[in-house]
Design a protein around this ligand. Sequence first.
Ligand SMILES: NC(=O)C1=CN([C@@H]2O[C@H](COP(=O)(O)OP(=O)(O)OC[C@H]3O[C@@H](n4cnc5c(N)ncnc54)[C@H](O)[C@@H]3O)[C@@H](O)[C@H]2O)C=CC1
Ligand SMILES: O=C(O)CCCC(=O)C(=O)O
Length: 356
Amino acid sequence: MAARRALTIGLIPGDGIGKEVIPAGRRVLEALPASLGLKFDFIDLKAGWETFEQTGVALPEETVQTLSSCNGGLFGAVSSPTTAVKGYSSPIVALRKRLALYANVRPVKSVATAAKPIDMVIVRENTEDLYVKEEKTYDTPEGKVAEAIKRISERASTNIATIAGEIALRRQKIRASGAPSIHKGPLVTVTHKSNVLSQTDGLFRTAAKAALADPRFSSVAVEEQIVDSMVYKLFRQPEAYDVIVAPNLYGDILSDGAAALVGSLGLVPSANVGKTFALGEPCHGSAPDIQGQGISNPIATIRSAALMLEFLDEEEAAAKIYAAVDANLEEGKLLSPDLGGTAKTEEVVQDILRRL
Ligand SMILES: NC(=O)C1=CN([C@@H]2O[C@H](COP(=O)(O)OP(=O)(O)OC[C@H]3O[C@@H](n4cnc5c(N)ncnc54)[C@H](O)[C@@H]3O)[C@@H](O)[C@H]2O)C=CC1
Ligand SMILES: O=C(O)CCCC(=O)C(=O)O
């Protein structure tokens, strides 16, 4: 049967467990039933610390150019150093800006059998805030001082709130079709710290609320919450959240915290979303503490591949992957050690492939 659609997918494993989980994402895409009519061409691309050590460049220009000609991509993780290294800058942070991937969409969902149901999407602004990485250190008579720019623009805040509103509407449509849900109606929670940062977070707050006041979001309830009490409520009452929209850094921190609530960072996917391109990326990093042992959880990456497909309008294919992963988790027999199991990465992948 001729394929209905050919998708070229750039694969950037990066460092550490990125090299273990990206092949899992690829294999799951390749194993999708032929009846879906999808054909995948994969292109292997380089970025990360190892690439930097080999070539002196962490994000080769060829990677950026090739990726920008692909339909989508999968990014594993990179091992960025915690102290400044001349010439090195985080490739994923750079890629998000270079490819105008303005939204980082991070669904955090518990399995149906969980004691405490959680079903939220964290929509993180992906190009600015402290991630503009404009830092400097200077000497003063009292010693060194370091400063960083926190840049918030009306345009990026409007764009991120708009996609958050659209996601809330889409989730509501799925619920209306009869899908079981813990939420009654669509809700977007605007997160900020504008009680202290009245200009930067203040602009994020007003622009986000103005965007969500658009008549097409009239059915979406909008709440706001200061980020510190947000963490408190997130841990006590996570079921209260539907869609959370946040500036870049808060979104990053909130999503790792939310991952703990559903059992592991190894479960939580993300998609870096642009106007016509999506780059799936597990929320976790390169996990040097477990790399090379064959025990990393591939599910965050497998779900990221599905999320990428959703943003490429291949929702049926995405749903098949989510269902296979959920079945693996709900049965609970082949779980990786981060979830309390003893299964190797390969065994988890095999189990999910079998269920596809
Ligand atoms: N997008 C990216 O490329 C990111 C890269 N990093 C980089 O990763 C490196 C390590 O950072 P950490 O703070 O340790 O965060 P991390 O996310 O790599 O690991 C945190 C903890 O979660 C566990 N974990 C993460 N993913 C897992 C998986 N799939 N299966 C099982 N356990 C998993 C790790 O073993 C570790 O105990 C750093 O160099 C950092 O720069 C961190 C976050 C994102
Ligand atoms: O380590 C790196 O290079 C990037 C880590 C950044 C990060 O956690 C995120 O923004 O998702």
